[in-house]
Design a binder for this molecule. Structure first.
Ligand code: PLP
Length: 478
């Protein structure tokens, strides 16, 4: 367990920085913005999303691979974000009929949309075939026959990619690992012949266009990407030999890691030392022998993850022994991954952004359960109960250390300016992926407003703040 991450060099010149002691994004004073708009408030930067999208596209073109970069909409499927990434030349990866409808609504061409999912409905299949998108990534043998049946019933055609589980540990958390052969995703390599038999029997409504592998999110090891490519290319060769024709593309998924902890010496999945140019070069090298095969990739987190901050107000404080606690007006109702995956989002005091006198705090959210905190309540509780139930562990320091490192996944304390107090504004960095998508109105807390800053500093509302009237109306549908 890491005890605390210290005040770190979090500033990103020209994007996130401190001016006159206040946190700014792209030159806009976030403290003033929170005062004007209220909290909690999620603030996105258009410039950052565009920059990230462009950097990924350019990394692949510099690496020399013919690549279609499809933004994984699940990271944040807002129409405006889809428009931005479309403008930057990206396609879109969708995971539901809803995301497909949004991608189409924003004018993403059908031949730049790929559709993943482990429970696609017949209606979603029909939607993805009318007109046909670039690829429906089929997840199982059953799905393949179901898709064929839907195509026959409606007289539609589909471009298909078969998704495979490579049996590689790719993700950094069990819940983010999607490549295991024992998990819920994709076909096994041993199922390829049976899948190909369906295409060879000559259904002319389904065309096998490619293969797909995605091993997980926040994949920090370049070697894993090389392995994924090797695995996929071996299957491509098998498929081509049986079908006696080349495939069009190989889709190697997303998972590009974001550096959530910028302080040095943090050897952790949260502080990866792996940039997109290395990933692009790795994949391009693996595909060098097949220049005819288009590479499709599906990054999500790397496009929007670092493009937003959450601003939360300190509403309460207390001491527990020597430790000061601060309670905020946002918790896992707004950033659920801090709770569900014990994800670390770096916090700083936005209105004291240049204070150098540091104190250690426990930070908590406003919800009614003790797990709504920004340290690992579950993990710390497990360690405490193991130590209580096994006296031998209490006398063995090495075992205690091992228990803590294994079971406790967040630092015990946050380091903030010592003066941080109710009324102050705490900013959580890097909340742009998978947060707004999963916000809830838990405990009768309306979902916060989400805004976007234009490169010129204009503020537009992406989602308006919910009101009590909205909550009441949900319970009294017309
Ligand atoms: N592709 C697929 C199939 C996924 O399931 C995901 C994430 O869950 C992604 C792409 C995007 O992953 P990331 O946001 O880590 O790039």
């Amino acid at each position: 367990m890491i005890d605390a991450y210290s005040l770190e060099p979090w500033q990103v010149p020209g994007y996130l920085d401190a001016r006159d002691g206040r946190l700014h994004m792209g030159g806009v004073d976030l403290v003033a913005l929170a005062e004007a708009r209220g909290t909690p408030l999620v603030v996105y930067s258009e410039a950052r999303i565009r920059r990230n999208a462009r950097a990924i596209r350019e990394a692949f073109s510099a690496a020399g691979a013919r690549t279609m970069v499809c933004y994984a909409a699940k990271a944040f499927a807002h129409l405006e974000v889809l428009r931005l990434v479309r403008d930057e030349g990206l396609g879109v990866e969708v995971n539901s009929g809803g995301e497909l409808a949004k991608a189409r609504q924003t004018g993403v061409p059908d031949d730049r949309i790929v559709f993943n999912g482990v429970a696609k409905t017949e209606a979603e299949f029909a939607q993805a075939m009318a007109p046909p998108i670039k690829a429906i990534n089929v997840d199982s043998l059953f799905e393949l026959t179901r898709l064929a049946a839907v195509a026959d019933a409606h007289g539609l055609t589909a471009n298909v990619a078969l998704r495979f589980a490579p049996g590689l540990a790719g993700g950094t958390m069990p819940g983010n690992d999607t490549g295991a052969e024992t998990g819920k995703f994709g076909l096994l390599a041993s199922e390829l012949p049976e899948a190909l038999a369906l295409f060879r029997r000559g259904t002319d409504r389904l065309r096998l266009a490619g293969l797909h592998v995605h091993v997980g999110s926040q994949v920090t090891d370049a070697g894993v990407y090389a392995e994924v490519a090797r695995f996929a290319l071996a299957l491509v060769a098998q498929a081509e030999a049986r079908l006696k024709r080349p495939l069009d593309h190989v889709n190697l998924g997303g998972g590009y890691p974001l550096n959530y902890v910028k302080s040095p010496n943090t050897a952790s999945y949260l502080a990866p030392n792996l940039g997109v140019s290395v990933i692009a070069a790795t994949l391009a090298k693996a595909l060098a022998a097949r220049p005819d095969l288009e590479l499709v990739v599906e990054p999500g987190r790397a496009v929007v993850g670092d493009a937003a901050v959450l601003l939360a107000r300190v509403e309460n404080h207390k001491r527990r022994g020597e430790v000061p606690w601060l309670t905020l007006d946002a918790g896992y109702n707004v950033i659920i991954e801090s709770f569900s995956y014990k994800w670390y989002f770096h916090a700083l005091t936005a209105n004291r952004a240049e204070d150098r006198e540091v104190g250690r705090f426990r930070l908590a959210g406003p919800l009614c359960d003790s797990g709504d905190a920004f340290h690992d309540v579950d993990g710390e509780g497990l360690v405490a109960s193991l130590l209580a139930s096994e006296p031998a562990l209490r006398t063995h320091r090495t075992h205690q250390g091992l228990l803590r490192r294994t079971l406790v996944r967040l630092p015990a304390y946050r380091e903030l300016p010592r003066a941080t107090t109710p009324g102050d504004l705490v900013a959580f960095r890097d909340v742009g992926a998978y947060s707004v998508e999963t916000m809830s109105a838990n405990n009768g807390r309306p979902r916060p407003e989400v805004v976007m800053l234009s490169p010129e500093g204009a503020v537009s509302t992406l989602r308006r703040r919910e009101t009590y009237a909205d909550l009441i109306a949900e319970d009294e549908p017309a």
